[in-house]
Design a protein around this ligand. Structure first.
Ligand SMILES: [Zn+2]
Ligand SMILES: [Zn+2]
Length: 286
């Protein structure tokens, strides 16, 4: 799976920006704010193409930034949703361009193995959970159902997916472009041989591997089996065994302060040097 796209179409760079890095629930507490308190959302720019992975509360902040950038000009984005747990969809009703940009277009990609995203969005905004009706969203929305496999996007960009080991399922994504390969694999518990193999194959040779490191290894062992998450030691195993280059620890536990995440990074670097922890606002350019 070590393929980079070789044709010479439009994008000339890949810029990755983290808008939400926290797992499970937002944590706007002072001791967490250096890494950040918003839940899962990563933006990838490929030239003027916009790809977004997950719609946690960081998605709301990204929406404001896109409105600032584009003003009245319409724009388009592909949005990949790994699964429908709250921390991956909670920003959708607060993403302003969905209401305010009638000529903008958002293509949502997810799996309807349990439920379609369109239905999930309607339910999320239904009475009595939300004050505004879904039909207030004026932007064009399309919903694509993806399963295990490969999506051919514009400009020769490819998205490959694999199921991860998580309650109700979670999709991992591999974005292949001529600029580089990014893998977004969050919400994945180690220990099942088939899933362990699948995530290593998904990550093979990637330039950037964004990976679930919610727990400390000792927390996982003591009381978190079956909760669907990984820890930094397994993240290091995955990066080393897949031949991916840079590891970004992601989906930080809500109870992990900045000091704990700092220590996790130090510990992980004893095993593999190219490790960082995702932080809100952090950018990587390939
Ligand atoms: Zn999650
Ligand atoms: Zn989850």
């Amino acid at each position: 799976m070590r393929s980079k796209i070789t044709d010479k179409a439009a994008p000339e760079f890949m810029r990755v920006k983290f808008w939400g890095v926290r797992g499970s629930t937002p944590t706007p507490q002072v001791e967490n704010l250096r890494y950040g308190g918003n839940t899962s959302c990563v933006e990838v720019r490929l030239g003027d193409r916009i790809y977004i992975f997950d719609c946690g509360t960081g998605f709301r902040v990204l929406g404001h930034e896109l409105e600032r950038e584009f003003g009245d000009r319409p724009f388009a984005a592909h949005i990949f949703v790994s699964h429908f747990h709250w921390d991956h969809i909670q920003g959708i009703p607060f993403f302003r361009p969905l209401y305010d940009s009638p000529n903008s277009q958002f293509v949502f990609h997810s799996s309807s193995r349990t439920r379609g995203l369109e239905q999930v969005m309607a339910e999320q905004m239904a009475s009595p959970y939300f004050p505004v009706n879904l039909d207030q969203m004026k932007a064009k929305r399309d919903f694509c159902d993806i399963q295990n496999g490969c999506l051919d996007m514009e400009d020769g960009i490819k998205i490959k997916t694999a199921w991860l080991n998580h309650p109700q399922g979670c999709l991992g994504f591999r974005l292949e472009t001529k600029e580089g390969v990014l893998v977004y694999a969050t919400d994945n518990e180690p220990g099942d041989p088939n899933f362990d193999k699948a995530v290593r194959k998904l990550a093979e040779g990637a330039d950037i591997l964004i990976y679930d490191a919610q727990y400390l290894p000792e927390e996982y062992e003591a009381r978190r089996h079956g909760w669907g998450h990984s820890h930094w030691r397994e993240a290091v195993n995955v990066v080393m065994e897949s031949g991916a280059k840079e590891l970004i620890l992601y989906h930080h536990d809500p109870d992990h302060t900045d000091a704990i995440v700092d220590k996790v990074v130090r510990d992980a670097r004893n095993y593999y040097p190219k490790v960082r922890a995702a932080a809100e606002g952090m950018e990587i350019v390939l």
